[in-house]
Design a protein around this ligand. Structure first.
Ligand SMILES: [Zn+2]
Ligand SMILES: [Zn+2]
Ligand SMILES: [Zn+2]
Length: 306
C-alpha cells in the first residue's frame, strides 16, 4: 500500500491543507455509475451527481431521461433503463410470476412467457435472451417439438432429463388449471344467466304495476296538486316535471314540481327525496319519454300504412 507522507502540523502550509481537503472530498464523492438493464447497452449515468443535483463528471453521464424500475419486475432490487431503451422496456416489461406449483416465470408485456423455472434468478437471463431475440441480435429459438433439436439418449444427462419431465409436468399442471378455470367461469355464467332472467321478469312485472297506477292517476279528473298526499303520489308515480327528451315548451311545464313543492312548503330534503324516488320509478316504469316514444312509433306506423 502506498501511503501519503504525513506533514507534521508545525510544517503544514495553507496550500497543503486545501489540497488535503480537496482529495478527501474527491474520495467521498466518487462517481457511482449505473448501467442500463438492456443487455449489450453500454450507457451509464452517475447516480451521485444526479441525486445531489450537481453537474455530471462528463455530460454523457447525466441521469436525465433515465427510468428506474420499481417493484413487481423480475429485478427484485430494481434497476435502470437508459432513455434510448425506455420504449423497448415499456413493450417488454417483465412482470415476475410465481406459479401455483412453486415455479417461477415471466409475464412479459408483449405476452411472451418462458417455460417455468425452479429458481427465480434464471428469469433475468431468460428475459435478456428474449430481448436479444426481439431486437434481432439472436436468431429465433427453434420450436420445442422440432425433431432436429431433440437430444438423443446418449447425450441426455440428469439435468436435461429433469428439464423434459418438468416441462411435461408444467403442461399437465396448466391443463388442470385451465379446466378448473373454465368450469368456474361456466358456473358463474349459469348463475348470472339465471339471475338476469329472474331480474328481467321482476322488472317487467314492476313496469306493468307502475303503468296501471300511473294510468289511474292520469285518467282521473281530480286535481292532484291540492292535497299533500295526492301531490306526493303524483310526484312519485307520474312526476310533476316534463320527462320528455325534447325542447321543453310552454305547454309542458318543465318546472312544475318547484311550484307544487312551494305550495306545500316541502323542505329541500323532501324535494330531493321525491326527485330520487321519481328517477328510480321513471326508470322502472313508464315516463313521459317512453310514452312519447310509443306515440311517435305508432305515428310512423300509421304513416307507413297510408
Ligand atoms: Zn440502454
Ligand atoms: Zn417481450
Ligand atoms: Zn317538455
Amino acid at each position: 500500500m502506498i501511503l501519503e507522507p504525513r506533514a507534521p502540523l508545525t510544517e503544514l502550509t495553507e496550500d497543503q491543507l486545501t489540497s488535503l481537503y480537496d482529495r478527501v472530498d474527491a474520495f467521498t464523492n466518487r462517481p457511482s455509475y449505473r448501467n442500463c438493464l438492456i443487455p449489450g447497452c453500454m450507457k451509464q449515468f452517475d447516480s451521485i451527481s444526479w441525486m445531489s443535483g450537481d453537474p455530471p463528471p462528463r455530460p454523457e453521464l447525466s441521469g436525465k431521461g433515465w427510468h428506474t424500475l420499481g417493484s413487481g419486475s423480475i429485478f427484485p432490487a430494481g434497476g435502470h433503463i437508459c432513455p434510448d431503451h425506455a420504449p423497448l422496456l415499456r413493450e417488454h416489461f417483465p412482470r415476475r410470476l410465481q406459479l401455483p406449483n412453486g415455479r417461477w416465470s415471466i409475464d412479459c408485456a408483449c405476452e411472451w412467457t418462458p417455460t417455468p423455472q425452479r429458481w427465480h434468478g434464471v428469469l433475468k437471463a431468460l428475459w435478456e435472451q428474449h430481448i436479444l431475440t426481439v431486437t434481432d441480435v439472436l436468431p429465433e429459438a427453434p420450436p420445442l417439438t422440432d425433431p432436429e433439436h431433440r437430444t438423443p439418449l446418449a447425450d441426455l444427462d440428469d439435468n436435461t432429463l429433469a428439464e423434459l419431465y418438468d416441462r411435461l409436468w408444467d403442461a399437465e399442471g396448466e391443463l388442470v388449471d385451465a379446466r378448473e378455470a373454465g368450469r368456474a367461469v361456466f358456473l358463474a355464467y349459469e348463475q348470472q344467466r339465471k339471475l338476469t332472467g329472474e331480474q328481467a321478469t321482476l322488472l317487467a312485472s314492476v313496469h306493468n304495476a307502475l303503468y296501471s297506477l300511473r294510468s289511474n292517476l292520469v285518467k282521473s279528473s281530480r286535481d292532484w296538486s291540492l292535497e299533500r298526499t295526492d301531490a306526493w303520489l303524483w310526484a312519485l308515480l307520474v312526476g310533476w316535471d316534463c320527462e320528455e327528451e325534447h325542447q321543453h315548451g310552454e305547454d309542458c311545464e318543465p318546472g312544475a314540481f318547484d311550484d307544487v313543492a312551494k305550495a306545500h312548503r316541502w323542505s329541500d330534503i323532501r324535494i330531493e327525496l321525491a326527485r330520487k324516488h321519481r328517477s328510480v320509478l321513471a326508470q322502472a316504469g313508464p315516463n313521459d319519454e317512453t310514452e312519447a316514444a310509443a306515440a311517435r312509433a305508432a305515428m310512423l306506423d300509421k304513416d307507413a300504412r297510408r
